[in-house]
Design a protein around this ligand. Structure first.
Ligand code: GLV
Length: 316
């Protein structure tokens, strides 16, 4: 039996250079190891799986696995696995670089909406030099749903821009003086009814699937903005479409969809008040994430608990 370190890699992308890039970045941090494709026979010796959206059932076949690392912050792509090896820890990326990227995407969409970017671009096309009144961020209550590592960065960046920021978490938490904290289903209802801008950054779990439905959209102040950087399945898409078409919502900016890539025939494409992004709000950056991946691997090989462990029962 060899004790050689074998890492099985899969990222569901046609770009085959990514695996080599990870290998090159991890080599100075881990020393010698062998990186193999998750679907190769050699993956059966792998102690580590570094994966995004692996084919269902494949991880269950790898009995030597000690650690499964999600190549993204979300782990819903692993939760549909029926039989993850019991002996393996699961960790997700918590990369400050990605949290900042996501907060920049949220800010971009909020400011474009409230500073009327689309209208000014239309004026520009007409060579119309028309000035409109400007919003005051302090008059704009924003709700951030999901106050984990990413949500907290978003909330504090928005507070720094002068927005009136409210953070929602499942259980009671405190986020400091700049962010009003809400929790539980009562807190959720209070926020949907009072905030004018709603930012979803929640993980996909049985509790959050279909959370944003007609009932919730209708409880929001008329003209509210809805931003989703969480997961598409948290939204009842037909209800969002109806809320946009009726004017109940003033706009939506979406990076995630129930089905990705968003099909050509999807009615969202025809709604100018829905801004569509192809799941690019925060892309995994191997350069910044490699250190975290290496540290999880080193901890597990030394018999220690890695950081950013996923709780399979909680679902994130
Ligand atoms: C992206 O959606 C991620 O989960 O990292």
């Amino acid at each position: 039996m060899s004790s050689e370190l074998v890492i099985a890699y899969y990222d569901a992308s046609p770009d085959t250079t990514r695996q080599e890039r990870w290998q090159a970045l991890l080599t100075p941090l881990l020393g010698t190891f062998r990186m193999v494709g998750l679907l190769d026979a050699a993956a059966e010796q792998a102690q580590i799986a570094l994966v995004w959206s692996p084919p269902t059932g494949r991880l269950a076949q790898l009995s030597a696995l000690k650690l499964i690392i999600s190549l993204g912050q979300g782990v819903d792509h692993l939760m549909r696995e029926p039989d993850l090896p019991k002996s393996a820890h699961i960790v997700r990326l918590v990369d400050p670089n990605m949290s900042h990227a996501l907060s920049q995407w949220v800010i971009l969409n909020i400011l474009d909406h409230y500073r009327e970017g689309r209208l000014y671009r239309a004026y520009r096309a007409e060579k119309a030099f028309i000035q409109r009144p400007q919003i005051e961020t302090a008059d704009l209550p924003v709700a951030v749903y999901g106050m984990g590592a990413i949500g907290q960065v978003i909330a504090s960046q928005l507070a720094g821009l002068g927005f009136d920021v409210h953070g929602w978490s499942r259980t009671k938490r405190d986020f400091g003086s700049q962010i009003t904290a809400y929790h539980g289903s009562d807190g959720f209802r209070q926020l949907t009814q009072t905030c004018r801008c709603h930012v979803c950054i929640l993980p996909l779990t049985p509790e959050t699937e279909g959370l944003f439905s007609a009932e919730i959209f209708n409880s929001m102040p008329t003209g509210a903005l809805f931003i989703n950087g969480g997961r598409g399945k948290q939204v009842v898409e037909a209800d969002l479409l109806a809320a946009i078409r009726s004017g109940q919502l003033g706009g939506a900016a979406l990076d995630v969809f129930a089905v990705e890539p968003l099909p050509d025939s999807h009615p969202f494409w025809d709604e100018p008040n829905i801004t569509i992004w192809p799941h690019v709000a925060a892309q995994t950056n191997p350069e910044t994430a490699a250190r975290q991946v290496a540290s999880a691997i080193t901890s597990v090989l030394a018999g220690k608990r890695p950081e950013n462990l996923v709780d399979l029962v909680r679902g994130y």
